[in-house]
Design a protein around this ligand. Structure first.
Ligand SMILES: *Cc1c(COP(=O)(O)O)cnc(C)c1O
Length: 428
């Protein structure tokens, strides 16, 4: 679900024409729809209401303060992976007691900060980490709430770089070792409160099957942990996928209902509620991409068109440093010209590439696109998750501004970087 649409052939976000926003704020530019984010949150909260869940936005997907504050004001919690993210949550008005702290490499400083802030739970990923949290909380004369991240060894059927729930990757602790590890923690790590259990099987999962399979595998273990250790919650992770192909059409309510490739909150809820509702535990979920992925676009300007005979290159002013997903995950972003008069005529196979000195700096290869010319502006759709957060200053390129649209109002939520920003803290 999203609020991007073509009106008279021009691309709009809510009540704003995106070409107007781009004219005012320049390119490259991230543009987000507030209503899309809050609608996605509300739809998920409503569908899962029978579980009375705690939704913790996996803020590594999009940690811009303007975005976080929208969710914080709705009572959303956050799934953190660093001390920096904890700092951001507080800046955005989020509540640390509704935050989980994940990640395989938490530092002492991060553990201390999270204990002081009163996070809801540490999601621990190794024995050594549990021992470290136990030691640090003991020094602080506290008991730290923890859950252990279980690797259920279920293949999520997604891209290798975003699969996390099999024994081939670094996340969590093997399913078979969990029961004895809780025993060990209960008897030997007295500064820990065994508050819950967690799993996360991967990202961009577009069907309910892998979630159901993983939950079913976990249920006997979870019940045992509840009985023996009185745990309070089962955190089933994130990973709900979004539509990247036909992203624009996926904003239409009828398409949303009719299209089988869209896993809606209702479908997700219908699959998991029966498994979880009688468990007697608080259910946590950690959606990232699902809440913000289709809520943002990256707007870029065509600088040059270059036809080499073999290839038709459209060179734009955004690059892999602004949006790395195509280079990193071979990901697909739909490309839409901003105004009806641009990108006309027959479709031609086109490579859309950026200015960075890397062959990997492309947004698409041999995509059938309308003929574009210098000065045309295009939107790379579905760039609201794992977009700006993964941007860098490679090639000493200032990072783009970010705009949050609400109705017919467009607000700058992050200024475009200046060259001076890029050398701050450096000395000759
Ligand atoms: C990345 C991550 C998420 C969110 O993944 P999405 O695919 O964006 O929903 C949730 N939980 C953990 C532990 C993660 O690492």
């Amino acid at each position: 679900m999203h609020h991007f649409s073509l009106q008279g052939g021009d691309l709009f976000v809510e009540g704003c024409r995106i070409s107007d926003i781009a004219r005012e704020h320049g390119t490259p530019l991230y543009v987000y729809s507030a209503a899309t984010i809050t609608d996605n949150y509300d739809a998920l909260a409503t569908a899962l209401a029978p579980l009375d869940p705690m939704i913790c936005f996996a803020m590594k997907a999009n940690s811009t303060l303007g975005v976080l504050s929208l969710l914080a004001r709705r009572g959303c919690g956050f799934d953190l992976v660093s001390g920096g993210e904890l700092f951001r949550v507080k800046q955005a008005g989020g509540a640390p007691h509704r935050c989980t702290f994940a990640g395989v490499g938490k530092t002492r400083a991060e553990i201390e900060a999270a204990i002081l802030a009163g996070v809801y739970s540490f999601n621990a990923e190794s024995v050594a980490e549990l021992e470290a949290i136990n030691h640090i909380s003991g020094e602080m004369k506290q008991r730290a709430p923890v859950a252990i991240r279980v690797n259920p060894n279920v293949d999520a059927g997604t891209h290798a770089k975003i699969t996390t729930g099999t024994y081939e990757n670094k996340f969590g602790i093997a399913f078979e070792e969990i029961a004895s590890l809780y025993e060990y923690a209960a008897t030997s790590l007295k500064n820990l409160e065994l508050r819950g259990v967690q799993m996360h099987i991967g990202s961009q999962i577009t069907e309910t099957g892998p979630f159901v399979k993983a939950i079913q595998k976990m249920l006997p273990l979870v019940s045992e942990l509840k009985r023996k250790h009185n745990i309070q919650f089962f955190d089933i992770g994130g990973g709900m996928g979004i539509v990247y192909k036909d992203a624009l059409a996926s904003g239409k309510p009828d398409w949303w209902k009719a299209n089988p490739q869209q896993m809606t909150p209702a479908m997700y809820a219908a699959a998991i509620i029966p498994l979880l509702k009688d468990l007697g535990l608080k259910i946590l979920i950690e959606p990232g991409r699902f809440l913000t992925g289709n809520a943002g676009v990256l707007v870029t300007d065509v600088l040059y068109v270059k036809n080499t005979g073999a290839k038709n290159f459209v060179i734009v002013d955004a690059a892999m440093n602004d949006l790395i997903r195509p280079a990193f995950y071979d990901s697909y972003h739909e490309i839409i010209p901003l105004v009806a008069s641009e990108g006309k005529g027959k479709l031609v196979p086109t490579d859309v590439v950026g200015p960075v000195c890397e062959s990997g700096d492309y947004f698409t290869k041999d995509r059938l696109l309308p003929v574009l010319k210098a000065g045309d502006k295009i939107a790379l759709m579905s760039a609201g998750a794992y977009g700006f957060v993964m941007s860098s200053n490679y090639n000493t390129r200032p990072r783009p501004a970010e705009i949050l649209v609400k109705g017919n109002k467009a607000t700058i939520v992050r200024k475009r970087e200046k060259f001076e920003d890029l050398v701050r803290g450096e000395t000759v």
